[in-house]
Design a protein around this ligand. Structure first.
Ligand SMILES: C[S@@+](CC[C@H](N)C(=O)[O-])C[C@H]1O[C@@H](n2cnc3c(N)ncnc32)[C@H](O)[C@@H]1O
Length: 336
């Protein structure tokens, strides 16, 4: 049954026609696949089954956002919480199957909640070169009476070798300057004076508090219970890949990493067991062709949260191609 939603609710849903139409975009492997047949595809299949049919050595960036170690139902599939040791075994078994798909220059990011983050660290340390642990402050979180509210997630960063891509210039954060120091000539010291105010481009740290979870008034929102924001994935993709590199997401949910990859001109492959999520991902990829913007990433920089508030609405530039004309057309006016 369709939910009744508020007037300004922009949650992406599927009608019957779209369900039929996007079903034709999904694939399922029954025999070993070659790289070119995987490019920009959504595979509706159990990841553990599909992994046995993937080629070796094609992935530049692996984004792993698996079911967290919590008892949680994703549509019809339920993941059951395990001991930390058992979760580590589950993860190691998964990574063992994924490693052959990675190029020697590949990077890997693994998302985790705090409790099982230790398992992720131990497994990564055994199999890859651990580079960092990003803590993402999600802001939202359920208040607890006898504990601290859990409002963060970890994203572990590892690489296969010491030869890896890291485009630090592409992921700098644009911050408002609080103390606008000047040099002896009265010129700004490491900050920019613009018509919108005084800003500094700062090196990204491993504490991310500039990104909100998708919510109902955002055009990227769906009903997926653990959807990641496009902005967060854009940061990982811009940091660790170049254009036309291959991004692989074996638990893609509603395809947030695929959408960001597409908007940033990267190739992608996503696996997901739930058909409804795959269909929503297909619709989001179609919508990305019409609106290439990524909320919070404007003019080639990541903006500190709420920085643009109060200013006149800036024109968001499409990110994949400057030649592409910007189209921000509401979903309802389009036949998708
Ligand atoms: C944490 S969510 C990923 C959310 C995703 N990053 C997004 O932004 O939409 C994990 C996803 O893995 C899927 N999943 C769980 N077990 C799976 C399996 N064995 N094979 C494929 N997908 C699976 C779930 O249905 C769920 O959508």
């Amino acid at each position: 049954m369709n939910k009744v939603r508020a007037h300004r609710n922009r949650t992406i849903t599927l009608n019957r026609g779209e369900t039929e139409r996007y079903s034709t975009n999904l694939i399922h492997f029954s025999k070993p696949a070659s790289v070119h047949t995987l490019e920009n595809k959504i595979v509706n299949q159990d990841t553990f089954e599909a992994l046995t049919l993937l080629p070796e050595n094609f992935v530049d960036l692996l984004i792993l956002d698996p079911p967290y170690n919590l008892t949680k139902t994703f549509n019809s599939t339920t993941f059951r919480k395990k001991s930390i040791a058992r979760y580590a075994e589950w993860l190691e078994n998964l990574l063992d199957k994924l490693l052959p798909t990675l190029k020697n220059t590949a990077s890997v990011y693994i998302c985790s909640e705090w409790f099982s983050s230790t398992a992720v660290h131990l497994v990564l340390d055994k199999l890859l070169k651990v580079r960092n642990r990003i803590t993402w402050e999600r802001e939202k979180g359920r208040g607890a009476k006898r504990n601290f509210k859990n409002a963060s997630e970890d994203i572990w960063f590892a690489t296969v070798s010491d030869d890896y891509v890291f485009n630090v210039e592409n992921i700098k954060l644009k911050r408002r300057v609080l103390a606008p120091y000047t040099d002896t000539n009265g010129e700004p010291k490491d900050w920019l004076n613009t018509s919108d105010g005084q800003f500094r481009l700062t090196h990204p740290s491993n504490l991310w508090n500039d990104i909100t979870v998708p919510f109902w008034s955002m055009p990227e929102n769906t009903d997926h219970p653990t959807q990641k924001p496009e902005k967060l994935l854009a940061k990982l993709i811009l940091a660790s890949t170049n254009e036309n590199d291959f991004v692989f997401d074996p638990f893609m949910g509603v395809g947030s990493s695929l959408v960001s990859a597409k908007k940033l001109n990267r190739k992608f492959l996503g696996l997901e067991i739930e058909t409804e999520y795959c269909l929503l991902a297909a619709k989001r990829l179609r919508l990305a062709e019409l609106d290439m913007t990524i909320q919070g990433y404007n003019d080639g920089v990541f903006w500190e949260r709420n920085t643009l508030k109060g200013q006149k609405q800036k024109t968001q530039t499409p990110v994949a191609s400057t030649r592409q004309s910007k189209k921000t057309i509401s979903q309802e006016t389009l036949i998708l």
